[in-house]
Design a protein around this ligand. Structure first.
Ligand SMILES: [Zn+2]
Length: 121
């Protein structure tokens, strides 16, 4: 769980919380309140009821988030990827509208390198 990522969502993309609230059929304002409280005070300070909503609606946004998958630069084929993102990449995920797992990142770096070499020749 990455509360930094949640902080980022609270400040920059609340619509993600709204969407998650709709998906789970819970009140948006309540979820936003729980999200802000958790960032400010920590998960442990939530009431049992708030923890329940946090676990149901908010936690999936900031834990075990699926890799965006990889699009090969030249082939433009999007590969689905079932890996989960490391916690420390979640802020980046929300900043950039997607992020790679280590494996896809490695593939991307390799491609970038190939491309750079190709351009140079
Ligand atoms: Zn991946």
């Amino acid at each position: 769980m990455n509360l930094q990522a949640l902080d980022y969502i609270n400040k920059n993309c609340e619509e993600i919380l709204e969407q998650a609230s709709n998906d789970n059929n819970v009140n948006e304002a309540m979820i936003k309140g729980v999200a802000k409280f958790a960032v400010a005070n920590g998960y442990e300070k939530l009431s049992p009821n708030q923890k329940f909503h946090f676990d149901e609606t908010i936690r999936p946004l900031i834990e075990d988030v699926q890799c965006s998958g990889y699009t090969h630069e030249l082939e433009e084929v999007h590969q689905e990827c079932s890996s989960t993102l490391p916690d420390d990449r979640l802020v980046e995920y929300y900043q950039n509208d997607g992020a790679y797992c280590d494996s896809c990142q490695g593939q991307n770096d390799a491609d970038a390198h190939t491309k750079a070499t190709f351009m140079r020749d």
